[in-house]
Design a binder for this molecule. Structure first.
Ligand SMILES: [Fe+2]
Length: 293
């Protein structure tokens, strides 16, 4: 299988590129290390696709799919996958990723990333679908851990065990969304550090950081639910968990995600610069010695 591309993702942090910033990025060529796009934004938008082709000549691009529903029991939408494959062939991205979730059913696209039960049958289904995606794209696919608000009583595996087995069985890599781990740990009552400890470091191909929003928990008076809105700066505890993840996994390409209430592009670059600073500190010899000691 073709490995990611002649180019390589920079270890400096990248930012998500959304439609409101396309023209600015073409016109001003800001100093972003790399950019991550959602292919679904470009498949039916020829003008945006033209701008993306221009941008891809100057920046490493990561393709983060939101409509390739590897968790759908009814199978992958092959027509959609073929459209994504054509875009990928055109821009030669450094990374290609998607979610451990499902978002289509019976030909309907649901604008949500919905959860899966973690058991043997689901693992077999997902492994078949990841194989199919990797074959169709000719690339290693990275699978991202979800943000969680509920679980299935019938699950027989932890999410970490499920992701680890999926990576081992298919050769896919994992996209570790550190913010998702923090907010899911809060919502589901698990230890975020233990979750990171359990992931296979060798399989981690990318890290995500995104802003979340605290809302009243409808099921727990006085409680809060953290919602993965991608509508804010990265929260302080997520930065702390990011430093922990770096010490566990080593240097990995990191991406700042911001999809709603999108700020000026310069604000994204400030967050990426902070990620670079946190990484330099977390991986400094002094901090590593202290962490081990
Ligand atoms: Fe993410």
């Amino acid at each position: 299988m073709q490995q990611p591309s002649r180019r390589h993702a920079s270890l400096a942090s990248g930012v998500g590129l959304r439609l409101p910033h396309l023209v600015e990025v073409v016109a001003t060529r800001p100093a972003a290390a790399w950019l991550e796009i959602h292919p679904e934004n470009f498949l039916a938008n020829p003008h945006a696709a033209e701008l993306l082709a221009e941008i891809a000549r100057h920046y490493p691009i990561s393709v983060h799919t939101v409509g390739v529903s590897i968790g759908s029991a009814g199978g992958i939408d092959r027509a959609h996958l073929a459209r994504v494959a054509r875009l990928i062939d055109a821009i030669d991205p450094v990374l290609v990723s998607g979610h451990l979730a499902w978002s289509t059913h019976a030909g309907e696209y649901l604008n949500d990333l919905l959860p899966l039960p973690y058991d043997k049958d689901t693992l077999a289904l997902l492994a078949r679908h990841v194989d199919e995606v990797q074959q169709a794209l000719g690339r290693v696919y990275l699978v991202e851990n979800p943000s969680s608000y509920l679980g299935f009583a019938g699950s027989t595996m932890t999410e970490v065990a499920f992701l680890s087995a999926l990576a081992e069985r298919t050769g896919c890599k994992l996209l570790c969304d550190v913010s998702n781990i923090y907010l899911s740990g809060h919502n589901m009552g698990f230890d975020a550090h233990a979750y990171i400890d359990g992931l296979p470091a060798d399989a981690i191909g990318e890290l995500h950081l995104g802003g979340f929003t605290a809302e009243d928990d409808p099921d727990e008076p006085g409680g809060t639910l953290l919602v993965d809105t991608h509508a804010d700066r990265i929260a302080e505890p997520a930065w702390d968990l990011y430093a922990y993840a770096l010490r566990r996994f080593g240097e990995k390409p990191t991406l700042i995600e911001w999809d709603n209430e999108i700020p000026p592009f310069a604000t994204l670059l400030v967050e990426a610069a902070r990620a670079d600073t946190v990484r330099a500190q977390a991986l400094s010899p002094e901090v590593r010695r202290a962490a081990v000691g």
